[in-house]
Design a protein around this ligand. Sequence first.
Ligand code: SAM
Length: 162
Amino acid sequence: MSRLDSFIRRLEAQRLVLNWAAAAISGRDGLVLELGLGNGRTYDHLREILPGRAIHVFERKLSVNPRSMPPDDRLMLGDMRETLPEFGLRHGRAAVLVHVDATTGVPERDRVELAWLPGHVAALAADEALVLAGAGLEHPRLRPAALPEGVPAGRYFAYRRV
Ligand code: SAM
């Protein structure tokens, strides 16, 4: 499969999974965390499908489309290795949905450079929170969950915080 086809499938899977997750958390209070603002596409989608929900965004280097800029008080600029624990000191385990989109597209590199990430995510997720990720996360508190129909195996990952 070409990288273009792979990219398109990834975006389709993202949209399906985010829509599914928005429905899954409806009626449950709590924060939404977007880990990796990038261009802002998935953030923009989340704020559209979750109107009124507090969405906190983490990014170390701003390269966002100006139309998808989060408000200042919802944007945590800096390395997530530091900003996530800082956020935890203020909010505790208050997230009902965490979308982890911090990957580089090179799985071997991500496995090493983001090895600390699952623990940081588990520390912010409320009990039974949904955690979505573009790459697999391994942590004893993150129990793999089934994805909605139509998401090809290995394309996206879902977990419940236990
Ligand atoms: N969700 C974005 C979108 O839809 O446009 C794409 C995000 S992009 C795949 C990954 C982003 O994660 C990059 O912008 C990168 O700077 C950010 N990132 C990766 N590791 C990070 C870290 N340790 N701390 C903060 N941001 C990080």
